[in-house]
Every structure is written in structure tokens, then in C-alpha cells.
Write a protein that binds this ligand. Structure first.
Ligand SMILES: [Zn+2]
Length: 242
């Protein structure tokens, strides 16, 4: 398997003969309710990426444990970076992997915040303009879930530390799941921005962790990994003008 932190220089070089496609897993260090670890977004995306890489030749980059967290910024344990830093980081990583011979880039983020994704997208667009041979796909884990396994999810608006993420963590890291939490949704006074975000979202859960199970997590992970394999196949033959 072409898991970049685990392979050698010759393995990297040989891997390029098999594929020029890489998943760059993005995540966050962010509160995930009282029951899930702060690294949930990163760990889940990295594990699913590695699962996909078992199914076909596919490089997996080291996961990025930091992202831009807006609505959980005041919750204890959330460590956020700025959009500017994220933009530069994405651009630098894409450029360096491109220089190393990679051409097809799957930027998948376990953290699905809208502002976070917008900065990744913006950097990816900039890179796409600059490198004419490059092909890029960007998606959050929730978009991948929506495409791959929406029927397995019982909670309609589940998104953060709820049924989906708790299930995924119960499957991959049961030892890191500390019980469960109550069903909760934020009630921000839209369209106003607020400083004390925790007041409007005390528990930091968005969805229903009570509906989670390890078995569901296995199902979600398998289906998303299969979708990633399909996207990796597609990006290699993808042409804009056909
Ligand atoms: Zn999350």
C-alpha cells in the first residue's frame, strides 16, 4: 500500500509506475462533543483513505490534523488555523506532490465546515489554473457520505459528533469513544454572527449519537471507501472536453 508516511523512497518511486493519483486527507483538531476525541475528523478521513488504498493502487498523504473551525472555535480543545494558512498549506502540498510526479489529486476533508472547505477549494482552483496537467477533486466526508451511503443514516440532519461520526469512531477506534451524548443541534441566531458560540451550541453535537453503532460505522466506511475507489478510477480517465 502506498501510505506515504510508511513507505520508502524506492517504494514511492515504484508506486508512481502504478498510479499518479493521491488522496490528501484533511481534518481538524476540534471538539466532538463529550464523547469523541478531538482528532475525530482527521482520524476518520485517514482510516477511510487507507481502506480505499487497500482496494487499488492509490497514494495516501499524511493527514493534516489542523483545519479552519469557525463555529466550534470557543469550545475547549478546538485548535483552528486561519483560512490564509490553510490556503497556503493546500497550495504548497499540491505543488510539492506535483513536482514529485503526482497528477490526480483527491482532496478529501473529514472536517466539513463550509468556511474550511471554501479555502481548500479556492487553493485547489488556483493550482488547477497553474498546472495544466493536474486534475483535482474536492469533497467533504459528508458529501462522500451523501453520495455513497445516505440510506444507512437514520438522522436526517446529522453532521457533527452525531450518528455518523460516532459510528465511524466506534468502528475504527472504539477505545477512544467515551460513552455517548444526547441528540443536539446548534441554534445560532442566523444571520447574526456571535462571539460566544458555545452559548448557542453547548454540547457541541449536531445530530444523534444515540443512533450510532460500530456496525453502522463499518458500513459507512466500506461504502465511502468504495466510492473513493470509483472516483480514483474516474479521475484518471476524466477529460474536461468530453
Ligand atoms: Zn467532525
Amino acid at each position: 500500500m502506498l501510505i506515504i508516511p510508511e513507505i520508502t523512497m524506492p517504494e514511492f518511486e515504484k508506486g508512481l509506475e502504478a498510479t499518479k493519483t493521491i488522496i490528501l486527507p484533511f481534518g481538524s483538531t476540534e471538539e466532538h462533543g463529550p464523547h469523541l476525541p478531538l482528532g475525530t475528523d482527521t482520524l476518520q478521513m485517514y482510516e477511510i483513505a487507507k481502506l480505499a488504498a487497500k482496494k487499488r493502487p492509490l497514494f495516501v498523504g499524511p493527514p493534516v490534523f489542523y483545519g479552519l473551525c469557525r463555529s466550534t472555535k470557543e469550545h475547549p480543545g478546538t485548535i483552528s488555523i486561519s483560512g490564509k494558512t490553510l490556503h497556503s498549506l493546500v497550495l504548497d502540498l499540491l505543488s510539492s506532490y506535483y513536482d514529485q510526479g503526482l497528477r490526480n489529486f483527491l482532496l478529501f476533508s473529514g472536517h466539513a465546515g463550509g468556511t474550511h472547505l471554501a479555502f481548500i477549494l479556492d487553493a485547489a482552483e488556483e493550482f488547477l489554473e497553474k498546472q495544466k496537467e493536474a486534475k483535482v477533486a474536492v469533497a467533504s466526508i459528508l458529501e462522500l457520505l451523501e453520495m455513497a451511503a445516505k440510506d444507512l443514516l437514520e438522522t436526517p440532519k446529522d453532521s457533527h459528533a452525531g450518528e455518523f461520526e460516532t459510528s465511524i469512531m466506534l468502528h475504527f477506534y472504539p477505545q477512544l469513544v467515551k460513552g455517548s451524548a444526547k441528540e443536539e443541534y446548534p441554534h445560532f441566531p442566523k444571520p447574526f454572527l456571535v462571539r460566544n458560540k458555545r452559548k448557542f451550541w453547548p454540547g457541541g453535537v449536531w445530530g444523534d449519537p444515540q443512533k450510532a453503532s460500530a456496525q453502522k460505522g463499518k458500513g459507512f466506511a466500506e461504502k465511502i471507501a468504495e466510492l473513493i475507489v470509483k472516483i480514483a478510477d474516474e479521475i484518471e480517465s476524466f477529460k474536461e472536453d468530453t
